[in-house]
Ligand binder design. Structure first.
Ligand code: BGC
Length: 255
């Protein structure tokens, strides 16, 4: 297995894409720290699934919008497993609000959970990787909306655009330490963040029609890209984003 003996942290790790990433990294042999803020029972169930794969996982209740909690997360990884090899900044929310109706509270929430957490998660994990030596991998889960407008979801697009530049800039700054920083930009994925669309057949028809592959992704189809980025096979890949979007960013009515 390609990640045997590696230690990974996944923020927002007990649901959606994060949960699939935890399982895929474990399947590849990594021990995993699962960050979560709610549903401890889901985290416990996931810990058991990881154990069944022959690896170890610990759940850590940490609010990644707070720097002190990110420090707690990295410290927990070091205390349980001795090091951090892979940091996955995955936690994310969206408000589906436009520029005209977004409140200050909504703006701050999205920017703190999506962007501030990835910035300080990168910083704190990188400090640990430098301390232990031997480099490391940081993977930022962004979105097609790091570069592609989604009208009616403006704060989310801003936060993902910020993560795009975080990935590029941190990738350059941390390269001398052999810390590789890459983004994964999913399109529409069947996870709780998209429940309102998934529950509306008309919207689903419209969405599927806009995707060249004709369907949403399964979370596992994003997790496999993250596992690749954490592996030796991605040793020359930094400061850029891989889009796993079924072609949605390139779709055209051909008119
Ligand atoms: C957003 C979804 C959206 C999808 C495709 C994701 O990043 O979270 O709300 O449906 O991008 O546009």
């Amino acid at each position: 297995m390609s990640l045997n003996g590696k230690v990974a942290i996944v923020t927002g790790g007990n649901s959606g894409i994060g949960m699939a990433i935890v399982l895929e990294l474990a399947r590849q042999g990594a021990n995993v720290v699962i960050d979560y803020v709610s549903h401890p029972e889901a985290t416990e169930a996931l810990e058991q699934q990881v154990a069944a794969l022959g690896d170890r996982a610990i759940g850590v209740d940490a609010d990644v919008s707070k720097v002190a909690d990110l420090e707690k997360l990295v410290a927990a990884a070091v205390s349980a497993f001795g090091r951090v090899d892979v940091m996955v900044n995955n936690a994310g929310v969206e408000t589906r609000t436009s520029i005209l109706d977004t409140t200050e509270a909504q703006y701050e929430k999205v920017m703190e959970i999506n962007l501030k957490s990835a910035f300080f998660g990168t910083q704190i994990a990188a400090k640990q990787m430098i301390k232990q030596g031997g480099g490391g991998r940081i993977v930022n889960i962004t979105s097609v909306h790091e570069d592609w407008p989604m009208p009616g979801n403006t704060p989310y697009c801003l936060s993902k655009g910020g993560m795009r530049m975080l990935t590029r800039t941190a990738g350059v700054e941390l390269a001398p330490h052999s810390i590789l920083v890459a983004g994964v930009g999913p399109g529409a994925v069947a996870t709780p963040i998209n429940l309102s669309t998934m529950n509306d057949p008309e919207l689903m028809k419209k969405l599927d029609g806009a995707i060249p592959l004709g369907r949403m992704a399964k979370p596992e189809e994003i997790a496999s890209v993250v596992a690749f980025l954490a592996s030796d096979g991605a040793s020359y890949l930094t400061a850029t984003t891989i889009f796993a979007d079924g072609g949605i960013m390139q779709s055209s009515p051909g008119l």
